[in-house]
Design a protein around this ligand. Structure first.
Ligand SMILES: [Zn+2]
Ligand SMILES: [Zn+2]
Length: 245
């Protein structure tokens, strides 16, 4: 293994939170916590969000607090993610808006929680725990943004630089397969992508990804993953991309 390569990877690796479903079930006390399925966090007088295309209620999938190290945000709001499993949007920019939704809550608390919104009985509600892990960008991103690292990988294995990259990534303690995570880099299934803010047209920031989760009975296409984005300036603007195998 090349020392130059592992040193270069150590410089760009980032910390993220791995989300691990821990216990099935739901209790009001965990209403505002990071968790899967069951009733979404919602407050007084809110209505269940409806898909504008099929007219069915959206399913609550996952809620989380984005990584707190983002400069513009003093404290991260709770983000609640809903999705229409009948219309299965992939998040493309020309899609009808409203087939998926992220609702932010600045000061969520179990006292303000209203039960019963977004419940999809196909899924099993799960509480979660998180652990800090290290991640690296996708190899495509490396080729684009860090050509000197791609070159090192090619020197090691000209036929299969991606494997050289993945081996080196594991060596420096990084996770190289997709999993449900908050912050860090997206680990793509089908390759590099981005979402632009509809207001300022700048690329949005990656905030987390929701993997298929067997325990929850959550499956995106064929073992796919959902990637979520937020504009750095316009905090109420979100992006989504679904990728599967
Ligand atoms: Zn729909
Ligand atoms: Zn923007």
């Amino acid at each position: 293994m090349s020392e130059a390569l592992t040193n270069a990877l150590k410089k760009i690796k980032r910390e993220c939170l791995r989300v691990i479903p821990e216990k099935p079930g739901f209790a009001k006390l965990m209403a505002a916590e990071t968790r899967f399925a069951g009733p979404a966090y919602a407050e007084d007088e809110e209505l269940a969000p409806i898909c504008p295309v099929c007219g069915e209620k959206l399913s609550f999938v996952f809620q989380f607090y984005p990584a707190p190290d983002r400069k513009a945000l003093s404290s991260s709001p709770l983000l609640v993610f809903y999705y229409c499993f009948k219309c299965t949007p992939i998040g493309a920019e020309n899609e009808e808006p409203g087939m998926w939704l992220i609702k932010p809550y600045q000061t969520p608390s179990p006292d303000k929680f209203v039960d019963g919104i977004g419940v999809d009985k196909e899924f099993i509600a799960f509480s979660c725990r998180t652990e800090k892990v290290q991640v690296l960008p996708d190899y495509e991103t490396i080729e684009e943004k860090y050509p000197e690292i791609a070159e090192l990988c090619e020197e090691i294995d000209g036929d299969d630089p991606v494997s050289a990259y993945e081996d080196a990534g594991l060596e420096v303690g990084c996770e190289m397969e997709p999993f449900t995570s908050i912050g860090g880099y997206p680990i793509w299934i089908q390759g590099e992508s981005e979402r632009k803010c509809p207001v300022c047209k700048k690329p949005m920031e990656f905030i987390g990804q929701i993997d298929s989760q067997q325990e929850v009975q959550l499956m995106w296409g064929d073992a796919g993953c959902v990637y979520l984005f937020q504009c750095n300036e316009h905090h109420d603007r979100f992006g989504m991309e679904m990728q599967c195998f």
